[in-house]
Design a protein around this ligand. Sequence first.
Ligand code: SF4
Length: 697
Amino acid sequence: DGSLPARATRTTCPYCGVGCGVRATPDGRGGATIEGDADHPANRGRLCSKGAALGETLGLADRLLHPEVRGKRASWDAALDAVAEGFTRALDRLGPEGVALYVSGQLLTEDYYAANKLAKGVLGTGNIDSNSRLCMASAVAAHRRAFGEDVVPGTYDDLDQADLLVLVGSNLAWCHPVLFQRAMAAKAARPDMRIVVIDPRRTATCEGADLHLPIAPGSDVALFAALLVHLDAHGCGDARYIADHTQGLAETLAAARMIAAEAPALTGLPATQLEHFCELWAMTPRVVTLWSQGVNQSSAGTDKANAIINAHLFTGRIGRPGMGPFSVTGQPNAMGGRETGALATMLAGHLEWDAPGEHAALADFWGLPRLATGPGLKAVDLFEALGAGSIGALWVMATNPAVSLPAGDAVRGALAAAPFLVVSETTRRADTAAYAHIRLPALAWGEKDGTVTNSERVISRQRAFMPWPGEARPDWWAVAQVAARLGHADAFAWSGPAAIFREHAAVTGLARPASRAFDISGLAARSDADYAAMPPTRWPVPASGPATERFFADGNVPAGRARLVPTLFRAPHAQPDAAFPLRLLTGRLRDQWHTMTRTGSVPRLMAHAPEPVLTLHPDDEPALPDGSLVRADTPAGSAVLRLARDAGQRRGTAFAPMHWTAQFAPAARINAALIAATDPLSGQPELKHTPLRVSPY
Ligand code: SF4
């Protein structure tokens, strides 16, 4: 109801998938004092620069504070009526395939659940996808291939306990800083611990590493094939684990052998360096291989992740303390979207479209017989469909696709031409909001109330400690109001987020085979008071039977058998050529978050990197003066940035941050220059490998 707590509130940082616990105390001047929560298992009191500055992001400048219909202030009733009418018109004209929602890992689980129920249950469409598609969809697809379900086997404690931590495509020091702090603390306590970074760039993370492998972009499958062959040749396979718990070994080894010999050429790494890495991995039982967007944001992202998982399954180094493959997600609630089914490829609660009885069980439980019968469009396809005119109504929540999706100019064109676009936002500054026919004011961090799930399956509460400003309301409430206008008030008659969470938890107990890992049905009977006080809780929490800390250890393989997946090397979708001789990699800055709508308002965060920069190796394009403005042209489009040089940049590659919006630097929107190639399984766009030409501006 928007009322204020009297003292410090325990909540969760809204930025990255580490999911740090925060204690927030309003300062009475519109800001708040922020401290790390020493009792939260993710961070144990630590914070990074972004988390520590959260109290400075709470101002109301540029906030969207009341609904707007076609640019004019409107009442909530009028705006919600217009949303319901717009979607009804599109349904009448185009059917369920002609409507869509595009949502976000910034949503709370309760918002995600409500949005998914509206899309799949009421609108009858599979067309609800999340910006998590840009973040970890390849990891999800790899988990489902290897484990039969989207399950992260381990916990952050494994990073502390590993003797070897391998970071693949992860600038952990900047993108998941508290995990990096934990890794550094573990190494300080146990100096024999080794850290290897596999990344084309020499990043800040390399400063804490024992070995940096500056791999050729996109060649991870070849590296891990060489590792698998090495492990096999040196008798490192765990024969009993393989026999009891896995399938697919013969074909996986055969595939690896086909490319292992080419690994030095494909990865660009000297054979001796490759050998050193393989020996280190082979002789260190307690190994965690952690990966992030450098693996996932690739047209071969799913294969890369499976190649990593293969090495762990082969050696049985999984699900035990200090061992396992580990996907870390970029967003605070990327996993919540996976749990609630708010991705076009999933049903709610890890239920499967085609598993016998599961679709019917969900339709019955919801009392919504029009439940979508199959997957919908993934993010890139969804916006291409919007541009082609086959989506008649789109509702975007808590995300800024005009800045974050590849082929950004085409995305802007599609948004501009959309017959009916609804945007739920906290800020007027989001580029996407400029195209909306209806703008709905959403609650921001500190105002909204619900749960998020971090990268280690820990569900944490995000609690409100600030009043609701203006007419801003929770996203789940707006969704429920639209559902009511579409004739489904009873199915959305929640009293608050606790009621939604209970329903979500109950879904995870539906039609459940014993092998299903995601089960929080033990939380379905929690009272409102229990929900309000809920401590960080790792799933699973079954209604009966023991909870599980780690999955896929000996004797704890939920789906019965894990699968080794044959993976063959596939080069990035587009190759450099005479016209575009370089390769453009994108990524994050230390002190910015997504499209800067929050962190861009904090001067001390902006000071770390005050303008958009394109970084090249000193040997590339040497005639261009360091510090000059340069034009970055690709087959998809262009951007203008200031040139910087870094000997840690791999020759032939350039790096640009992904954050800059039209408001901060209109010419530097790097997503306008990215091609929209995707992984064929996960649909995740290849945001790292666009051919590039750099010239004076
Ligand atoms: Fe927030 Fe991530 Fe920093 Fe933790 S590491 S404080 S979750 S941004």
